[in-house]
Design a protein around this ligand. Structure first.
Ligand code: PRX
Length: 667
């Protein structure tokens, strides 16, 4: 029994959740969990509802240290809003300096490198503080100032956290690009942000291979005439370096001043940009605030993952996505928590890598995406059964709907039937979690995310903008001005897009999420639980990663053979969905396996390996409206083998029979 590292002997292996005695598939926290949790009373929903802005104001003061207080909590000029007006704070200060008094030697980040033969690295709060200060000074020396964008193309290594916190310290904005995006995607994001500096690595390890980033990005750096590139040496490769422009991280850090004063930053100043896919066009730079965003990340972290002093939190989310920002970086560090960062693939060298990390580090809260759970489940129960996972208290799910069968496996096999699952629904735009049941309040229902967080005004509307009745489906929205403080503050340099994408469907006072949902009858604290059914627009969720159909189509349309293409999500048993391409060929061209390979190649080059198409159908026409817009609803129906619905909206319905035949549609 005693072999679990870091276990809290009193809690070890306790049952934290129990079945509802009357209803099937409904679970509640046990009294033991309620006693332990920061929030265990459903009255919090009622209290927050009375005055949500005042509620957030009080919480913001509890959670963060502010250099200057605010006079006004929230200002609302639909569709724009500001929080904590004229206050000043600093995210790096809140994640580091204030913890030094009593947590100086506590582990902040336990880093697990992918190669098993390499030792893990532990950075205490003091270590992190020193390195962040030194690196912030170096950024300043290189000419980076407040409000300058700094692009990262970085994997999950501690230097990524150090560099991000260093940006926060001086008020520069990081813009982190996922490593499975291509150099072209990095270029696009640097150009859009006007970023003149890139932070990257020589290489890193993924599934036993060395992924060399610096070598891949050299050409881009030349093309955009970047001023500086900082290279962390992680993989002992020997990348070519430009004497003037490129600097090794270690060399910079060897000669740096020890202390950097944290810049007092307006709570509404931009904290970072994160590019994400929308319904049309290129990825958009979602602009997040600094202090207001940080409050929501920290508060949701505390409530939803119920973080306590000796806990060890492990999120598998990569830093290139919003989950990596809010719950692998700012949320845990703002609370002074200990967390795991893992560099590599969940199944390397064997499919029990994540379970091994949980066991060896005594992880108490584990947060991952359904796609990872499905992939590991497929490998067989033996891999998880081999490990003692009794240190776990709470399990989390994010990124896509979790089906009942995957939920049950996660619950039984990983959580031993003891741990609640917090199914957390949110988006890059919302900055923090919006819908989920709280662990000390419940209930937990497979496939149902839960009620909105206290202080958030959520609803499900029908096409006319009226709230749907219980057990009916509709579109998920947030009623302004009851957004959480972590909500986006705009799209960088593109206010029209912000208004059109989020505040046009139901008017300028209602934020439209792009997701469909069902308002369930079950309620808690006067709030109905919501089941999220998935995107109803042209955004794809591939293995929990958000991709825009337009970006993939733009890449494919570069091919000489192709006149036009349309990309939709095709169901996949592990990844949830994968890109499927419908391509109309130019006259005289014929579809072939070589052309399929060319499509795959160009998508990997232009967008990145993350967007690799799984199927390509060569067709003579695509279904369109009278005004020439492609009707993706039909294409989605075909690849999903679902009812196609009313076809009279198509100007060319005759093309559907060819499409159905190519796809093998039986519906
Ligand atoms: O469709 C929803 C899905 O992921 C989208 C947001 O993607 P992204 O901005 O990359 O952020 C992912 C991590 C927060 C949403 O519009 N999604 C996210 N969480 C869930 C989900 N779908 C169902 N259930 C969830 N728990």
């Amino acid at each position: 029994m005693g072999k679990n590292v870091g276990k809290d002997s009193e809690d070890y292996g306790k049952k934290w959740v129990k079945k509802d005695e009357e209803r099937e598939n409904v679970y509640w926290p046990t009294d033991r969990l309620k006693e332990k949790c920061h929030i265990s009373d459903k009255e919090i929903y009622e209290k927050a509802k009375k005055d949500p802005h005042n509620f957030w104001s009080k919480k913001a003061k509890d959670m963060f240290d502010w250099f200057e207080d605010w006079d006004e909590v929230m200002e609302w000029n639909p569709p724009y809003f500001n929080w904590f007006l004229d206050s000043k704070t600093n995210l790096s200060y809140n994640c580091l300096d204030r913890h030094l008094k009593d947590k100086r030697n506590k582990a902040a980040i336990i880093w697990e490198p992918e190669p098993l033969e390499e030792e893990k690295r532990i950075l205490t709060y003091q270590d992190l503080y020193r390195k962040v200060n030194k690196f912030a000074n170096k950024l300043k020396e290189l000419g980076v100032e407040k409000d300058d964008p700094v692009t990262f193309w970085m994997p999950m290594i501690p230097e990524t956290a150090i560099a991000a916190l260093a940006c926060q310290r001086i008020g520069a904005w990081h813009s982190i690009v996922f490593t499975a995006f291509s150099p072209k995607a990095v270029k696009q994001r640097m150009e859009d942000a006007g970023s003149e500096i890139l932070i990257t690595v020589d290489g890193f390890y993924r599934r036993g291979k060395t992924i060399e980033l610096k070598e891949q990005i050299n050409e881009t750096l030349d093309e955009i005439e970047a001023e500086n590139c900082i290279v962390v040496q992680r993989a002992e490769t020997n990348p070519s370096m430009d004497q003037e422009r490129d600097h090794f991280y270690d060399e910079l850090m060897n000669k740096s001043e020890e202390y950097c004063e944290p810049e007092p930053i307006d709570a509404e100043d931009t904290g970072f940009l994160l590019y994400t896919s929308g319904t049309t066009g290129k990825p958009k730079g979602i602009k997040h605030s600094c202090g207001a965003y940080g409050v929501q990340a920290a508060l949701t972290m505390k409530w939803i993952f119920d973080i306590h002093e000796n806990d060890v939190f492990f999120s598998t989310a990569d830093i290139g996505w919003i989950t990596g920002h809010s719950y692998s970086l700012y949320g845990p560090l703002a609370l002074g928590a200990t967390q795991i960062w893992y560099e590599g693939s969940p199944d390397y060298p064997k499919p029990d890598r994540l379970w091994k990390i949980i066991e060896e580090n005594g992880v108490t809260q584990f947060y991952t995406a359904p796609t990872a759970i499905r992939a590991l489940r497929k490998e067989g129960d033996g891999w998880v059964e081999k490990h003692d996972l009794k240190s776990l208290r709470i399990l989390g799910s994010v990124g896509e709907p979790i089906d009942t069968s995957t939920w049950k496996w996660y619950f039984e096999k990983v959580g031993g039937g003891r741990c609640p699952i917090v199914d957390t629904y949110w988006q890059t735009e919302t900055g923090g979690i919006l819908l989920t049941s709280l662990p000390g309040v419940g209930p937990f229902v497979p496939g149902v995310a839960g009620p909105p967080l206290p202080g958030i005004g959520y609803d499900v509307l029908d096409a006319t903008g009226e709230p749907v009745k219980e057990e009916e489906s509709g579109e998920i929205v947030i009623d302004g001005p009851y957004f959480g403080p972590g909500m986006l503050r705009g799209i960088y340099k593109n206010p029209e897009k912000y208004e059109e994408e989020y505040f046009s469907e139901f008017g300028e006072e209602v934020y439209f999420s792009g997701d469909g949902g069902v308002k369930r009858e079950l309620e808690i604290g006067g709030q109905n639980l919501i089941e999220v059914t998935g995107r109803i627009d042209d955004v794809l969720e591939v293995a929990g990663h958000r991709l825009g159909s337009a970006e993939i189509e733009d890449a494919i349309d570069n091919l000489d053979e192709i006149m036009e293409s349309a990309v939709v999500g095709k169901p996949h048993d592990v990844k949830g969905e994968v890109p499927a391409v419908f391509a109309v060929l130019k006259q005289g061209e014929t579809g072939s396996d070589e052309l399929r390979d060319k499509i795959v190649k160009i998508v990997r080059e232009e967008v990145g390996p993350v967007a690799t198409p799984y199927a390509a159908y060569f067709v003579t026409d695509l279904p369109k409206t009278e005004s020439g817009k492609i009707i993706r609803r039909f294409l989605k129906g075909l690849v999903r083998d679902e009812e196609l619905g009313d076809m009279t909206t198509a100007s060319n319905p005759s093309c559907l029979s060819e499409l159905a035949e190519k796809v093998g549609y039986n519906g």
